[in-house]
Design a protein around this ligand. Structure first.
Ligand code: FAD
Length: 318
């Protein structure tokens, strides 16, 4: 089923979904079953699988010099999405990015996904590989998520890159895109960011999933601004429970988000990561309860590969 159909048929309930990372190269399906299995009883509407592009690493050679190598540590988004769908009979939402793909490679990836019966996608731009200052598309690759949405929507109309393909079967992808309650770090201001978000919706995206946030007020402000800008599709809040002390500085730096003062004060009192993990669960339960009360269609959780804390939250709120 498409994500929009899940939302349409929810009868006022807030649905549960979560996001996983594909296993590290060399690991097997078991490594992600361990994340999924504890959450199955909460009846997830869908499971997202992130996409990870190549990274640049430096390996020390025998002569002591450093060698620059390009590696993909977590390939397999398409394969693992299909494996989850067939093993658990749950809808999957693979993420597909602009970075590292020519438009032809994107088209081929979309064809593979469609043949596998995967009809939901989250289309994002992706970030620049670590060490590179700005995002650079492949020659003939998509630059913004907007272009990726347009390409998938063309396929939904039976339009492929080669114009001698006529009477092609239209695909039927349901497309989600990313939104940022605290603004995408590169956007000059919130209004500009929301304008670009609106372009993705006008191009055919059917719903928005947000970046993580720890202050619901930021989500409600963002939702209001989207509605005022004429964005009327479902907006799904993305939540990540705090789980280690190092995240107090890592999350704001990596995702350009703020941690509320009250959360920081409580986290500062914690002396172990176990205490932080418990606090993270408590905070996320309070956030979830308020969001459910406000009628959000889905609560989407970032697992980062571990689900014991998400399970505690799901037990409390679903
Ligand atoms: P875009 O919508 O293309 O926007 C990027 C920036 O460009 C924004 O500042 C926007 O305002 C601006 N912009 C857009 N259009 C224009 C235009 N026409 N002219 C000028 N500026 C413009 N990354 C991964 O690598 N893999 C994942 O699986 C992944 N999953 C994610 C899931 C979610 C829910 C979220 C919120 C993020 C995810 N990301 C993932 C991170 C994402 O790739 C980055 O945040 C990336 O920097 C932006 O992606 P986007 O799709 O929002 O980009």
């Amino acid at each position: 089923m498409k994500i929009t159909e899940h939302i349409d048929h929810r009868n006022g309930r807030t649905l549960f979904s979560f996001e996983l990372l594909p296993p590290l190269k060399g690991e097997n399906f078991e490594s992600i079953s361990q994340t999924i299995d504890p959450l199955i009883e909460f009846n997830p509407a869908s499971i997202d699988v992130t996409y990870h592009r190549e990274e640049i690493v430096y390996k020390e050679r025998e002569d002591g010099l450093l060698e620059k190598r390009t590696v993909r540590k977590r390939p397999g988004t398409v394969g693992i999405s299909a494996a989850i769908k067939f093993k658990y009979n749950i809808d999957v939402v693979p993420h597909l990015i602009c970075g590292g793909f020519t438009r032809e490679e994107t088209e081929n990836a979309l064809i593979d996904l469609y043949f596998l019966g995967i009809h939901n996608l989250l289309l994002i731009r992706g970030d620049n590989p670590a060490g590179e200052k700005a995002f650079k598309p492949e020659p003939d690759g998509n630059h913004y998520a907007l272009e990726l949405v347009k390409q998938a929507m063309n396929m939904n109309r039976g339009i492929y890159l080669e114009d001698d393909i006529v009477n092609a079967n239209p695909t039927g992808f349901c497309i989600g895109v990313a939104g940022y309650p605290e603004k995408h770090p590169e956007a000059p201001n919130m209004a500009a960011d929301i304008l670009h978000l609106k372009e993705k919706i006008e191009a055919g995206a059917s719903y928005i999933v947000t970046q993580m946030f720890f202050d619901n007020a930021a989500f409600f402000r963002f939702e209001k601004a989207c509605r005022e800008a004429g964005i009327n599709v479902p907006i799904i809040p993305g939540l990540k429970p705090l789980s280690t002390k190092s995240q107090l500085s890592a999350l704001p730096k990596t995702f350009s988000i703020d941690l509320p003062e009250a959360l920081f004060r409580e986290a500062d009192k914690c002396s172990t990561n176990h205490q932080i993990r418990e606090l993270g669960v408590e905070w996320a339960i309070a956030q979830s309860r308020e969001l459910i009360k406000a009628g959000v269609p889905v609560l989407h959780f970032y697992t980062m590969g571990k689900s014991d804390n998400i399970r505690k939250i799901a037990e409390a709120v679903f």
